[in-house]
Design a protein around this ligand. Sequence first.
Ligand code: CP3
Length: 344
Amino acid sequence: MAATKKKLMRAMAGEVQAVPPVWLMRQAGRYLPEYKATRARAGDFLTLCYTPELAAEVTLQPIRRYGFDGAILFADILLVPQALGADLWFVAGEGPRLSTITSQGDFDALRGVEDIHETLSPVYETLGLVKPELPSDVTLIGFAGAPWTVATYMIAGRGTKDQGPAHALKHENPAIFDALIDRITAATVEYLSAQIDAGAEVVKLFDSWAGSLKGADFHRYALEPAKRIISELKARHPGTPVIAFPREAGENYVGFARATGADCVALDNSVSAEWAAARVQVDGCVQGNLDPRHMVTGGQAMIDETRRIMRAFSDGPHIFNLGHGITPDADPDNVSRMLEAIRG
Ligand code: CP3
């Protein structure tokens, strides 16, 4: 098979590139006027996620505007809980709300993994619409939430600062907690596998709250589920790379790729690029890790920091990205200036 020309795929295969591929977490989002226009047409966020023509349109918007090397599917990690039978809605200005899982009865009312495609099939359709529209050098990225992060929302029914309700259930009712993690893990394998069948060339696992798992809990609920998902995906789709993002894992970033089989580890901006180059990039491709605040504040500090990160990771495979999602108050022109600093 001929080697791919796509920069993002080459980085994940271990190639060191003078100009790294670049894309941004949440690159389709409210900082873009064209996103806000399509979002208004959809009416609400979930309608946008489940209307393939509109979801494909917002997936493509940042590619047209900036020419990123990766296009990330427009969807949300909370579609999986909904596909498993949770109620899901978004409260304007606040965020997601879900029915909660706190008892055996709540767990027993969930749907089986085999039922998820009924809800999620529009997402696969979105990928099918995006794929033929992408420039030939742009990589299509699918994604899902990692089991722990998804469980934190399913247990609390909303986003929480310290993931307290999920930690409490883990402690007080480990049987239900473990069963929930297993159900999400199995659903995530099915979901990502279907995304790959529909055209995703790489998939990313977002474990946004991995940082609140410490010691043995990190191993059991962040590392082990990622390892299981990746090994099952690799068995079905041997050539499809996986990016893992155990956000705020700190020291637990070290060895994570080796232990889970991930082809790339995404780094948040709480670790320095110099530290990560020495301790994480030694095992392979890394992604990251500019502080998203720079997309708001811009200026010479943003340029300097962009160049510093590129330099720190220049001896190994690297995908340039932010350390977390770009925020609604970001200035779209700062993204252009950052790209100019990367690509010269
Ligand atoms: O990156 C992309 O551009 C692709 C689309 C994407 C969205 N959410 C769209 C979205 C991706 C990859 C996600 C992942 C996601 N969703 C995560 C993991 C990554 C992270 O940020 O840590 C999490 C935790 C969620 C759950 C979620 N979705 C929350 C907490 C919220 C509300 C907060 C907010 O930013 O409003 C969402 C809503 C959401 N998901 C929006 C977008 C563009 C904003 C909704 C809107 O347009 O009204």
